[in-house]
Design a protein around this ligand. Structure first.
Ligand SMILES: [Zn+2]
Ligand SMILES: [Zn+2]
Length: 401
């Protein structure tokens, strides 16, 4: 066996292909960054990503799972075998653009697929690697929809990277229940007949106050945060309708459900206090917390060492976010490592982070992310024992949790 045909040689050949693609991947990342598209509307990102994967030799299916901006790109191997999926997100945030750096996720995920196809043509192992383009992470739970449509049915393991102000292979994420509270009162002239009105906005304000009191009794990792989505029409009308939307987050799905029970009580109390009627509507999709997979995480960490992109100690300065990748991780062995694309202490969803998401540091993150994803996917196909161990860990039959 020549050096290039050993598993290590194959991985190094793919890493070298990522280096050769680095300019192209950075340009793609910048294009997506400069054209922020919101959830389910990522038409241009979808076009550019599928074009890149096709150009370098992957077999591309557009609009999979009934979502026009989803895709699946397959790099086939030597015969039937397991499927390892690399996930790519590319949606932006309203008002603040790519402040979550999904352009980096897209370029790294598609870059991994392009480098695999470019360097190897077909994989030297049984099975296949897929890059799955997953729309609408910020608010649309695109991965949950793709799972429901069967896109993950034959996937044995999944992985993606997310940009952050530090490189950490494992960080927990919180579950979320999204909920809307609508209050119904009665309109009246706010100056001449205020005593004839029932003020729905007051009920919303009372709900925020009740939740702020509840906060003192919550676990440290739980989060309750909301916005007023309708606060009335204009000041001279007592608002007859007002609404607010909240995310209820906790480290476990059970705690999220407990938060929802307490939220309901706060909303009912606020309605009672103000004389309004209330409707509480939870979103049927529950975001689940990430479930760790130490087996795949260890392979990813080893690959970061091989490419000399070290993990950072967690400085403990930040709490946790959430991701629809959590639902994937509850269905099959999955990792969601973070790759440094900014200096320490820069919060995601800030304008500052959006700038770092198209910086030289982001370019380094794309290269490292693409390499480590491709190499880890290859590890799982090259050594069936590794994939079996990851699955046993997932099903609780072995491995460390
Ligand atoms: Zn985000
Ligand atoms: Zn994100």
């Amino acid at each position: 066996m020549s050096a290039a045909a050993t598993p290590e040689g194959v991985k190094l050949a793919v890493a070298a292909a990522v280096d050769r693609l680095a300019d192209e991947l950075e340009q793609l990342s910048h294009r997506i960054h400069d054209t922020p598209e919101l959830c389910f509307k990522e038409a241009q990102a979808h076009a550019w990503l599928t074009e890149l994967l096709e150009k370098h030799g992957a077999r591309v299916e557009r609009g999979v799972g009934g979502l026009p901006t989803a895709f699946r790109a397959t790099i086939a191997g030597a015969g039937a075998g397991p499927t390892v999926a690399i996930l790519a997100e590319y949606d932006a945030l309203p008002g603040i653009g790519h402040a979550c750096g999904h352009n980096v996720i897209a370029a790294a995920g598609a870059g991994a697929g392009a480098a695999l196809a470019r360097a190897l043509g077909a994989l030297p192992y049984a099975g296949r690697i897929q890059v799955i383009g997953t729309p609408a992470e910020e608010g649309g739970a695109g991965k949950v929809r793709l799972m429901e449509a069967g896109v993950f049915r034959d996937v044995d393991a999944a992985m993606m990277i997310h940009g952050r102000c530090g490189t950490q292979v494992w960080r927990p994420s919180l579950g979320i229940i999204k909920v809307k509270a609508e209050f119904f009162g009665q309109a009246a002239h706010a100056s001449s007949w205020p005593w004839r009105g029932v003020n729905a906005l007051n009920a919303v304000i009372q709900l925020f106050l009740a939740l702020d009191m509840l906060r003192q009794q919550l676990r440290p990792d739980s989060r309750v945060h909301g916005i007023i989505s309708n606060g009335g029409a204009q000041p001279n009308i007592i608002p007859e309708y007002a609404s607010a939307e909240f995310y209820l987050r906790a480290l476990t799905t059970e705690e999220c459900r407990e938060l929802l029970r307490r939220f309901q009580a706060c909303a009912e109390g606020s309605a009672r206090a103000t004389g309004c009627r209330v409707t509480v509507t939870p979103d049927p999709i529950v975001h689940e917390p990430l479930r760790p997979n130490a087996t795949i995480a260890a392979l990813f960490a080893r690959n970061l060492e091989l490419i000399d992109f070290p993990e950072d100690p967690d400085d403990g300065q930040a709490g946790y976010g959430s991701t629809d990748c959590g639902n994937v991780s509850q269905a099959l062995p999955t990792i969601h490592p973070y790759i440094r694309i900014s200096p320490d202490g820069v919060p995601a969803h800030s304008r500052e982070f959006a700038e770092w998401a198209r910086s030289p540091m982001a370019r380094a993150g794309i290269r490292a992310g693409a390499k480590a994803l491709a190499m880890t996917a290859l590890d799982l196909l090259a050594a069936p024992d590794a994939l079996r161990e990851a699955k046993e860990e997932f099903s609780g039959k072995g491995g460390a949790r």
